[in-house]
Design a protein around this ligand. Structure first.
Ligand code: PA5
Length: 423
């Protein structure tokens, strides 16, 4: 479960959040009755319950077939990779070398990265999961072309075809066509599930299963979040309360939101969150500017600006209650002068850093919303994913934009294609 605390944000608001209840009720209705803007992209709403169990069984079988591989290469960009990478970082123990190693590709156009990846894979036993809903995105297509040639050369055409899994549209797009022609194992991204809302489909679940993550627990977390979000009352629905609070902060001139963590394993979760909110809300000249910071690390880089720079920032802090225990040892010489905290847990020291920072930032005019979770496990990852997805839909509708399109993404592509001479 998660706990939301908006106490340290409310004094910055021009109005009482609960006054938005009527508007929230209407939006809630329009989400569930599918009458709002972009309503044909609401397939993620019941995905925690409706996700195809047979497909999940197929994923588990595939994992058994390839239980001895060294690496799974996941090719994708945006919503086709951020969620799975966020989940892996959230859930995996640092420094633990596990098999298979999950490697990402196709999320940029770096020749340096790709060249070294191909070299690295020469000596590895690997399979590929190429993910693209549209099936036409340049970055993953370029990476896949290179990796397809590499895997075919390494294993021969027939075996390579077995080692490539495609996650894409049910019946459209170049990747769908290619996968059908080659006979790759296919997984579906439903029409009604947009990229940035797709982590709880095969897009995220295949890499998670290969990484040994308990996806049942993950879906359970998402299901609980879904049930908790079914009541529109702001007194009961924390996702909506978060959405309305950030909306009112924005209305009060605080329109830069930092998602802050005190745990490095949460750093990439913020990348997924930034895409979710940035791409869903940032249109028609509207939307909050989303940013992220990892504390205490970034207190030594961004801290000055947050404390004392332009007063448009607020923070949403993600905290974790139960963390690994590690005590600061006593040192007789005390040359580092740390004996005053000898015997204390590092997590206790981290918590005091959080409390001290919160106090300082609030004094400096930076409102704080705090979201705490019990632990970094699959259940809480699933819970948070759904929590932010439904909050994002509410938030975008409060801003009166379509949460589910991304017309602005086309601009760079158009120019790039023109410069590359694409017909
Ligand atoms: O949220 C979205 O729809 C986008 O960010 C897409 O996920 C991203 O552009 C990748 O698209 P595709 O999966 O079609 O390759």
């Amino acid at each position: 479960m998660i706990k939301l605390n908006i106490k340290e944000a409310t004094s910055f608001l021009k109005d009482d959040v609960y006054k938005l209840q009527d508007k929230v009720n209407l939006i809630h209705q329009s989400i569930h009755q599918k009458t709002g803007k972009g309503n044909d992209f609401l397939g993620w709403l019941d995905l925690p319950f409706s996700y195809d169990k047979e497909e999940l069984d197929r994923i588990h079988k595939l994992k058994e077939t390839y239980s001895k591989i060294d690496c799974l290469v996941v090719i994708g960009i945006g919503g086709s990779y951020l969620g799975s990478k966020a989940g892996l970082e959230f859930l995996k123990t640092p420094f633990k070398k596990e098999k298979p190693e999950i490697i990402f590709a196709g999320h940029h156009l770096s020749s340096n990265y790709l060249k070294h990846l191909l070299k690295y894979l020469n000596k590895k036993n690997y399979v590929i999961n190429v993910i693209s809903k549209s099936g036409t995105t340049t970055e993953p297509a370029v990476a896949f072309r290179l990796l397809k040639a590499h895997i075919e050369e390494k294993y021969g055409l027939e075996e390579a075809r077995k080692r490539i899994f495609a996650t894409t549209d049910k019946k459209r797009g170049s990747l769908y066509q290619l996968a059908t022609n080659e006979g790759y194992e296919k997984f579906v991204i439903e029409d009604a599930v947009g990229g940035r809302f797709s982590v709880l489909s095969a897009v995220g679940l295949l890499p998670f299963v290969f990484a040994g993550i308990d996806v049942k627990k993950m879906l359970q977390g998402a299901q609980d979040a879904m049930v908790n979000a079914s009541n529109p009352s702001l007194k009961k629905n924390d996702a909506y309360l978060y959405a309305t609070t950030r909306f009112l902060l924005h209305e009060s001139g605080k329109d830069v939101e930092y998602l802050v963590n005190y745990e490095p394993r949460l750093a990439f979760f913020a990348e997924w969150w930034k895409q979710l909110f940035g791409e869903s809300e940032g249109k028609e000249g509207k939307g909050l500017l989303v940013n992220s910071a990892s504390f205490t690390t970034d207190l030594h880089s961004l801290g000055q600006q947050i404390q004392d720079g332009k007063r448009t920032i607020f923070e949403t802090v993600l905290t974790v209650k139960k963390l690994d225990k590690l005590t600061i040892p006593f040192d007789e010489n005390n040359l580092d002068q740390l004996n005053y905290i000898a015997g204390k847990e590092i997590s206790y020291v981290n918590e005091q850093a959080f409390l001290g920072t919160k106090e300082a930032h609030i004094d400096g005019g930076v409102p704080n919303i705090v979201i705490s979770i019990d632990r970094l496990d699959a259940y809480h990852f699933g819970y948070l994913v759904y929590f932010f997805e439904i909050a994002c839909a509410m938030s975008a509708y409060l801003l009166d934009v379509n949460p589910f399109d991304q017309p602005g993404v086309e601009a760079y592509k158009k120019n790039m294609f023109r410069l590359l001479g694409k017909k």
